[in-house]
Design a protein around this ligand. Structure first.
Ligand SMILES: Nc1ncnc2c1ncn2[C@@H]1O[C@H](COP(=O)(O)OP(=O)(O)O)[C@@H](O)[C@H]1O
Ligand SMILES: [Mg+2]
Length: 256
C-alpha cells in the first residue's frame, strides 16, 4: 500500500530551482533512500512535503491530499520528520523527551488524535525505545547521552507519535562507521515494523545497504531511481554524484 505519493514537486527559491518535477513514492513497511550531493535538494524535499516551504505538485499521504494543509495539520495526519540538527530537551530524561513529543491544544484535539491512533502513549514510547535499541536508557538524562544516542532518541521521538511516515534528514551525520551500521539496522527494523520511512543522506554507503528503493537527486532533479543494486551501477549516478570516487562506493555492511 502506498503511504507517501509525491507527484511533480517543484520548489523555487527566488530563481534557484531547488526541485524540479520530483516524483517519489514510499509504501507501507518500505525504507526509501533519498541521496544526492550537498545542495541537491534533499532537505528542501522534506521541507516541502512536511509543509515548511511552498511548492508546486501533489503530496498524498495514504491517499489523502495534503498539498494545501499547513505543517501542523500534515503532522497530525501522520507525517513525521526529524531535522538535520537534533534538538532534545537536555534537562529531561530520554523517556520524558518522547512523552512530550506531541502537545495537544484541546481535549477535542486529543480525542481526535486517539481516534486516529496517533497519540503518544506509554506503550508507543516503550515500543519506539525498543525499536531504536534505547530501552535501557529510558531514565538517563539527555545530556548524558552520546551524539549517536541522541540521534537515536530523535528518531524514537518521531516514532512514538505513531506516524504513517517518518522522514529523516541525515540522521547519520557525525556518526562513525559502526554507529552508522547500527543506525541502519534500527531504521530497517522500524520500517519492517510497518512505518514507512524516507531516509535522506548524502553518503551512499548506508542508504544503499539498508534501503529497498533509492532515489538520487542532483541539482533538484531525479537522475536515477530503483533498487540499490541498479542505482549503484547507474552511469549517471557514478558520473554526477560520485565523480571520480566510484571505487569508494562500498556498503557499510549495515544490510539486513
Ligand atoms: N531558504 C532557502 N532560500 C534560498 N535558497 C535555498 C533555501 N534553502 C535551500 N536553498 C537552496 O536550494 C538548494 C537545495 O538545498 P538543500 O535542499 O538544502 O540541499 P541538500 O539538503 O540536498 O544539501 C541549494 O542550492 C540551496 O542553496
Ligand atoms: Mg540537507
Amino acid at each position: 500500500m502506498t503511504v507517501l505519493s509525491v507527484r511533480g514537486m517543484s520548489v523555487n527559491f527566488g530563481g534557484v530551482q531547488a526541485l524540479s518535477n520530483v516524483d517519489i513514492e514510499v509504501g507501507e513497511g518500505q525504507l526509501v533512500g533519498l541521496i544526492g550531493p550537498n545542495g541537491a535538494g534533499k532537505t528542501t524535499f522534506i521541507d516541502a512535503i512536511s509543509g515548511f516551504v511552498r511548492c508546486r505538485g501533489r503530496v498524498e499521504l495514504s491517499g489523502r491530499d495534503l498539498s494545501r494543509l499547513p505543517a501542523h495539520a500534515r503532522a497530525r495526519r501522520g507525517l513525521a520528520r526529524t531535522w538535520q540538527s537534533i534538538e532534545l530537551f537536555d534537562d529531561l530524561t530520554v523517556w520524558e523527551n518522547l512523552a512530550v513529543a506531541v502537545e495537544h491544544t484541546s481535549v477535542l484535539e486529543q480525542l481526535r488524535e486517539m481516534f486516529r491512533g496517533r497519540v503518544v502513549t506509554p506503550v508507543a514510547c516503550q515500543k519506539a525505545l525498543e525499536t531504536l535499541g534505547l530501552s535501557d536508557h529510558a531514565q538517563r538524562l539527555a545530556t548524558e547521552l552520546s551524539h549517536a544516542e541522541r540521534k537515536l532518541v530523535g528518531v524514537a521521538r518521531a516514532l512514538a507519535a505513531q506516524p504513517r511516515l517518518i522522514c529523516l534528514d541525515e540522521p547519520a551525520a557525525g556518526l562513525d562507521t559502526t554507529q552508522r551500521a547500527d543506525l541502519g539496522r534500527r531504521l530497517r527494523a522500524m520500517a519492517d515494523g510497518g512505518t514507512a520511512t524516507l531516509l535522506v543522506d548524502h553518503d551512499m554507503g548506508l542508504v544503499l545497504s539498508v534501503c529497498d528503493h533509492v532515489v538520487v537527486l542532483d541539482f533538484g532533479k531525479v537522475i536515477a531511481a530503483g533498487p540499490p543494486e541498479a542505482v549503484r551501477q547507474n552511469p549517471a549516478v557514478v558520473t554526477a554524484y560520485l565523480g571520480g570516487a566510484a571505487a569508494e562506493v562500498v556498503p557499510t555492511g549495515a544490510g539486513s
